[in-house]
Design a protein around this ligand. Structure first.
Ligand SMILES: NC(=O)c1ccc[n+]([C@@H]2O[C@H](COP(=O)([O-])OP(=O)(O)OC[C@H]3O[C@@H](n4cnc5c(N)ncnc54)[C@H](OP(=O)(O)O)[C@@H]3O)[C@@H](O)[C@H]2O)c1
Length: 276
């Protein structure tokens, strides 16, 4: 079996790779920092690690980088049995990507939307592939405005992040519906409140709040557990399209189940990609 994961260079992604590496023959580390990937591979001190792992450059804030990473994978022609769309972030100020898109939307949602759709033939080839999208309970605060996905009005980091994490769930449900006939299943998850580099770019009150919360946060190793469970658990296919917490199916917000919203998101995401 072969695994591809985004965001393996820190926090939950690193621990997911550590927990899964013995279960897969080939692991594609999709990341923007090759040095950190090498450190991860070396930390596993595994025989044959050099052949097992492959770094592929991926910057989710640059759609041409996403295209290139996907094309590289397609050239390999190997089936991808598990794709974990794990990378993500929250940004204190409004930032734009290389393509002029709002950063939170692009890194958490659009880059993964493009990557997943582009490598569809490899997922199909696996005859039972799983796509796992790392979302968050933050999605429950989402109030998306599909007419303003680029946040041209006022920017506030948490609401924009909450919307992006809702999009992870809407995307999961769309994948489950659209690609069931290709034997592809899809799952979204909340990893818990996890002590990682998440939110490290903040200063002031938000940083202070994170510091205060740290004693109550779980370790990155524990935070990886639901991603690991969804990668390996037998029989989980029946729950394709589901949202998971602590390795159990959980109820997402009402709007996360909205067919209208998931179709709008799919159309708008395709439209934006088409204009770049
Ligand atoms: N920590 C929590 O409490 C929590 C709660 C709910 C959900 N989540 C979600 O869990 C996922 C993992 O986050 P984490 O907590 O492990 O945070 P983290 O330690 O900050 O890790 C984030 C990962 O995403 C990568 N990344 C960020 N921007 C990228 C870009 N433009 N292109 C490619 N990769 C990029 C980072 O790469 P670099 O190493 O190069 O920076 C890093 O590997 C995220 O989707 C997050 O939203 C976290």
């Amino acid at each position: 079996m072969n695994l591809a994961i985004t965001g393996p260079t820190s926090g939950i992604g690193t621990e997911t790779v550590k927990a899964l590496h013995t279960k897969f023959e080939k692991i594609f580390l999709l990341a923007r920092n090759e040095g950190k990937c090498q450190e991860l591979i070396e930390s596993l001190s595994l025989k044959g690690a050099k052949e097992k792992f492959e770094f592929i450059h991926l910057d989710l804030a640059n759609l041409s980088s996403v295209h290139q990473a996907a094309e590289y994978l397609l050239e390999k022609k190997l089936p991808i049995h598990v794709l974990i769309n794990n990378a993500g972030g929250i940004f204190p100020e409004k930032l734009k990507t290389k393509d002029g898109l709002e950063m939170t939307f692009s890194v958490n949602h659009l880059g993964h939307f493009l990557l997943t759709n582009k490598i569809l033939p490899l997922l199909e080839k696996a005859q039972g592939a799983r796509v796992i999208n790392v979302s968050s309970e933050a999605h429950k605060a989402a109030k998306p405005d599909f007419e303003d996905l680029q946040v041209t009005k006022s920017y506030s980091s948490f609401p924009v992040y909450a919307n992006a994490k809702l999009f992870n769930i809407l995307f999961t449900k769309s994948l489950a519906e659209r690609y069931a006939d290709k034997h592809i299943t899809s799952y979204a998850l909340h990893p818990g409140v996890v002590k990682t580099n998440f939110g490290n770019d903040f200063s002031g009150i938000f940083k202070w709040l994170i510091k205060l919360a740290q004693p109550f946060m779980i370790s990155a190793e524990k935070g990886a557990e639901t991603s690991v469970f969804l990668s390996l658990a037998e029989g989980v296919e029946k729950k394709s399209g589901g949202y998971f917490k602590k390795s159990k199916e959980s109820k997402p917000s009402q709007i996360a189940n909205s067919r209208k919203y998931r179709e709008t998101l799919w159309e708008k995401s395709n439209e934006i990609i088409g204009t770049i």
